[in-house]
Design a protein around this ligand. Structure first.
Ligand code: DX5
Ligand code: ZN
Length: 215
């Protein structure tokens, strides 16, 4: 089962609702929502108000990726906005174990994301508490960046770790995914794949998502 999660960061922000409806029709499994605060990453995107507005456009799971400092401040707001997965960055969460427990107390699925330079060992103590582990294959902040090939080994290591200690955890990979590399990333053990520019930069979402599912 290969989950395709188009990232709306690369969508037309003047028509976000229509774009979500279009990718759902095109076969998207999740909607990946990149939240950036201009502090943890050098870009600023959308907040909980926009997520709440988008919630009524689709029943697909909202895979909310918080690239923000001190994410504890916003878990309530993104939970109330209708997020299904709330993923925080290990580099931004001082009390990660508590943050994960809080997300789950809100009835949401808890994810943790690792920047390319952050070793897997950082999340080992909490791996069993997770619903999702998100491996970045670009340095976060922008869509349309180039996939970092050295991250394949990290995806493989994450797959081994999950299979050995926490088989319930979904492994998601995010950044620079295309029809050209998705086969390798899925073979390395990814269950869910984020694709922003590959989907929204194409002129046929259905064709692209089908290709991403089958490549
Ligand atoms: C980057 C975001 C990614 C990005 C993926 O900071 O977390 O989700 O939007 O977009 P592409 O697939 O274009 O790299
Ligand atoms: Zn993302």
């Amino acid at each position: 089962m290969r989950i395709i999660a188009p990232s709306i960061l690369s969508a037309d922000f003047s028509r976000l609702g229509e774009e979500i409806i279009a990718v759902e029709k095109a076969g998207a499994d999740w909607i990946h929502i990149d939240v950036m605060d201009g502090h943890f990453v050098p870009n600023l995107t959308i907040g909980p108000g926009v997520v709440a507005s988008l919630r009524k456009t689709t029943g697909l799971p909202f895979d909310v990726h918080l690239m923000i400092s001190d994410p504890d401040r916003y878990i309530d707001a993104f939970a109330a906005a209708g997020s299904d997965y709330i993923t925080v960055h290990v580099e931004a969460a001082t009390h990660l174990h508590r943050t994960i427990a809080y997300i789950k107390d809100k009835g949401k699925k808890a994810g943790v994301s690792l920047n390319p330079a952050t070793p897997l060992t950082q999340i080992e103590p909490v791996l069993g508490d997770l619903d999702l582990l998100l491996i970045m294959t670009v340095n976060p902040g922008f869509g349309g960046q180039k996939f970092i090939p050295s991250m394949i080994a990290k995806v493989q290591a994450a797959r081994k770790l999950i299979d050995a200690h926490a088989p319930h955890v979904l492994l998601e990979v995010d950044g620079g995914i295309t029809t050209g590399n998705i086969g390798t990333v899925a073979a390395a053990g990814a269950n869910a794949l984020v694709a922003g520019a590959a989907v929204f930069g194409s002129n046929d979402y259905g064709q692209t998502i089908t290709a991403l599912k089958n490549a």
